[in-house]
Design a protein around this ligand. Structure first.
Ligand SMILES: Cc1cc2nc3c(=O)[nH]c(=O)nc-3n(C[C@H](O)[C@H](O)[C@H](O)COP(=O)(O)OP(=O)(O)OC[C@H]3O[C@@H](n4cnc5c(N)ncnc54)[C@H](O)[C@@H]3O)c2cc1C
Length: 96
């Protein structure tokens, strides 16, 4: 048996990058890894799916613009998961 080695949370702010490769989005654990003990990883992944839907809907009347879609997705994903991140970090650091 092998224990799971990464118990710390890790968030990556792709929305802050000045440039972004076209047609490439990052969600799920690749964007935000939460300590598995809180069982919130699938919630974060689900928020990513809802975020993508919202961004696609916002662009549905215009020609596809991959860079705008990526900016919308990464910005809104960071906002959508900020509460999860704060909760898990507070628990990890203070136990409250
Ligand atoms: C021990 C443990 C327990 C957990 N328990 C819970 C829980 O109870 N509830 C909960 O909500 N969350 C839980 N999680 C978190 C949850 O599993 C993850 O948040 C979720 O699976 C993330 O989904 P994902 O699609 O981003 O990544 P993953 O589910 O990891 O999927 C990534 C996939 O990409 C594949 N892959 C990787 N590299 C490559 C490559 N180079 N080329 C092609 N394919 C590649 C991998 O094989 C994998 O199939 C737990 C995590 C762990 C580690």
């Amino acid at each position: 048996m092998r224990p799971f080695a990464v118990a710390a949370g890790r968030g990556r702010h792709f929305e802050r990058l000045p440039r972004w490769p076209g047609k490439f989005l990052v969600g799920g654990d690749a964007a935000l890894t939460l300590n598995p003990i809180y069982a919130l990883g699938m919630t974060a992944a689900g928020l990513g799916a809802l975020t993508l839907e919202a961004c696609l809907r916002a662009q549905r009347h215009q020609r596809p613009r991959p860079a705008e879609l990526a900016q919308c997705f990464h910005t809104r994903l960071a906002e959508a998961t900020a509460g999860l991140w704060r909760t898990v970090m507070r628990e990890d650091h203070t136990g409250r």
